[in-house]
Design a protein around this ligand. Structure first.
Ligand code: PNS
Length: 162
């Protein structure tokens, strides 16, 4: 039984993330989407609470029977150990992702060499897509609907109507 983690902040989950999660779900028996608290991210932290981000991932992957979502704080390799996951799957977009992802994979390898990091290339249509771009479009009234599942589009609309 091969279990993989797909970690990230998912603030919020996008179609780009979902593409990677779906493809990981074909490669592994079980995929656990690990939603990081990432409290220190940005000046005021993530836009969505940890519970909201987990719930949006759960709603978005509802049709995939071998995918679940969990919140986590602390080290990713500790979560891998406690969930008995043997792989970490990350999406790679443009070359700009590489250095950051390379660093994280190297640190995780130092900490826990038995956990393999696997990269899946983003498809061309999502190469430029990020949660921060989606948040900015939502905040400034741009059309972001095609970049996120319906539940996320609704949650963003509600967030910025507040
Ligand atoms: O979506 P993101 O923000 O690029 O995800 C980054 C994340 C959450 C995967 C990364 O920051 C992470 O793994 N955080 C957990 C802390 C950790 O294990 N740090 C050591 C590896 S550098």
């Amino acid at each position: 039984m091969k279990r993989a983690l797909v970690p990230g902040t998912f603030d919020p989950v996008t179609e780009g993330h979902l593409d990677i999660i779906r493809r990981a779900a074909k490669l592994f028996d079980e995929v656990v989407v690990a939603v990081a608290a990432s409290a220190g991210k940005g000046p005021s932290g993530p836009l969505f609470s940890l519970d909201e981000r987990v719930s949006l991932v759960e709603q978005s992957v509802g049709g995939l029977s071998n995918v679940s979502a969990v919140p986590f704080e602390g080290l990713l390799v500790d979560l891998a150990r406690s969930t008995q996951a043997t792989a970490v799957v990350k999406g790679l977009r443009a070359i700009t992702d590489f250095e950051y992802e390379f660093q994280m994979a190297a640190v995780n390898f130092e900490l826990s060499p038995e956990v393999e990091t696997v990269f899946i290339m983003s498809p061309p249509q999502y190469m430029y897509l990020s949660s921060s771009i989606v948040r900015e479009l939502a905040q400034l009234g741009g059309d972001f609907g095609r970049f996120v599942p319906d539940c996320v589009a609704q949650a963003l609309a509600e967030k910025f109507a507040e």
